[in-house]
Ligand binder design. Sequence first.
Ligand code: AMP
Length: 112
Amino acid sequence: MTTLFSKIIAREIPADIIYEDELCLAFRDINPQAPIHVLLIPKQEITKLVDAVAGDQALLGHLLLAAGKVARQLGVGDAFRLVVNNGAAVGQSVFHLHLHLLAGRPMHWPPG
Ligand code: AMP
């Protein structure tokens, strides 16, 4: 299923893109939940995390490494949170796998 994130990858709709490599893209969330709120997405369409398969292992690892790179690039390498919403019941609204990178304010645990 093609989502608006595919259109962002294709530059068909605008986004504040802050990082890109051959496998993934990071851009600022349009409705930020923290002073820094970036979405990191694979260019390959994976609907949600649970739909990833063994062949996606390297890509998933790449996303985590890229998240660390983006956090360092933003100056928050020592204090950030990654969130993956998997499924509508827990808040997933765009069905293209994405990591939320949140930083810049105190965060509570457990998350709500
Ligand atoms: P989720 O609810 O986990 O699926 O996250 C989807 C995120 O995409 C939300 O935080 C939205 O604010 C964000 N979002 C939706 N449309 C856009 C857009 N055009 N550009 C940037 N972020 C978006």
